[in-house]
Design a protein around this ligand. Structure first.
Ligand SMILES: Cc1cc2nc3c(=O)[nH]c(=O)nc-3n(C[C@H](O)[C@H](O)[C@H](O)COP(=O)(O)O)c2cc1C
Length: 259
């Protein structure tokens, strides 16, 4: 039996974490250690030397989010086998998995498997659903099964690197931010939960809520966390994006795995 699974993830709205945890379940590790690098105060200066790592990231504009790359820098490894996970919102994962592979290899991991899974799109709303409620039961089942397949690969001492879909050089980065969810002061109770889940710390709660849009990564953690729906994100740029996604990406995609 596998001793330790190191679960490393950046997951503002929790879907990457869910899939990564299901893969760990499938691996059957005795101990699961979480390295949640989502929040600004996450600081794991660590060199991993044993077990297996599961490294999960959400796909932003076909790439690994820049902030996520920065946060992953603190964790390095001495040849620990790694399973990579790209979570995307039913559009495309494009070059995110190959980028994550290259970053992981540079950090000393030995990539032995990778998977692209689908999660509810950050922009999804009840009125404009995009991959709503994913990962669903079937997705989670497939993630557990993927974990079991990885465990079997390790059991066979088969540590070959997978061929992963995606291009090098990666597609150009798209500038993210400049617009941010707003605060509906009629509904807001100043509870501070939005600020507590913000990966960039751009939400300041005092007698009112201020959001510094320039550094917002549009992850929508604040929108999805607010219990009183006081964080609308209806900027025309986002509405336009939602309409395009709904039009072009409504056919549910299936997870893909690479060994
Ligand atoms: C700025 C931004 C860009 C995104 N770009 C993509 C994309 O290129 N393809 C896609 O399918 N989903 C895209 N998504 C959706 C996320 O990949 C998806 O919602 C993911 O499940 C979020 O992971 P999390 O729940 O761990 O935060 C994007 C989301 C945001 C906020």
């Amino acid at each position: 039996m596998m001793r330790t699974a190191h679960l490393i993830y950046f997951s503002p709205t929790g879907t990457t974490k869910k899939i990564s945890a299901s893969i760990a379940q499938g691996l059957g590790a005795k101990n699961v250690t979480h390295y949640d690098v989502t929040l600004p105060d996450s600081n794991f200066e660590t060199v991993l030397t044993d077990g297996v790592a599961i490294i999960g990231i959400p796909v932003y504009a076909g790439r690994v989010p820049e902030l996520c790359l920065q946060r992953l820098q603190a964790i390095t490894s001495k040849g620990v086998p790694a399973v990579l996970v790209a979570l995307y919102g039913n559009r495309e994962f494009e070059d995110a998995l190959v980028e994550l592979r290259d970053v992981s290899v540079a950090k000393g991991f030995n990539v032995i498997a990778a998977g692209a899974f689908i999660g509810e799109h950050s922009c999804s709303t009840p009125a404009r659903p995009i991959a709503a409620s994913r990962p669903n039961t079937e997705d989670l089942k497939l993630a557990v099964q993927f974990g079991k397949q990885v465990a079997a690969k390790i059991e066979r001492n088969a540590f070959a690197n997978p061929e992963i879909n995606g291009n090098v050089p990666y597609k150009d980065r798209v500038q993210i931010g400049g617009v941010a969810p707003e605060t509906d002061s009629e509904k807001c109770t100043l509870c501070g939960k939005c600020a507590a889940v913000c990966p960039t710390g751009v939400i300041i709660v005092s007698v009112s809520v201020t959001t510094h849009a320039d550094n917002c990564i549009m992850c929508c953690a604040c929108v999805k966390t607010c219990e009183v729906e006081a964080r609308p994100f209806n900027h025309p740029r986002i509405e336009e994006r939602r309409a395009i996604l709904q039009k072009n990406c409504s056919m549910p995609k299936a997870p893909e795995v690479f060994f």
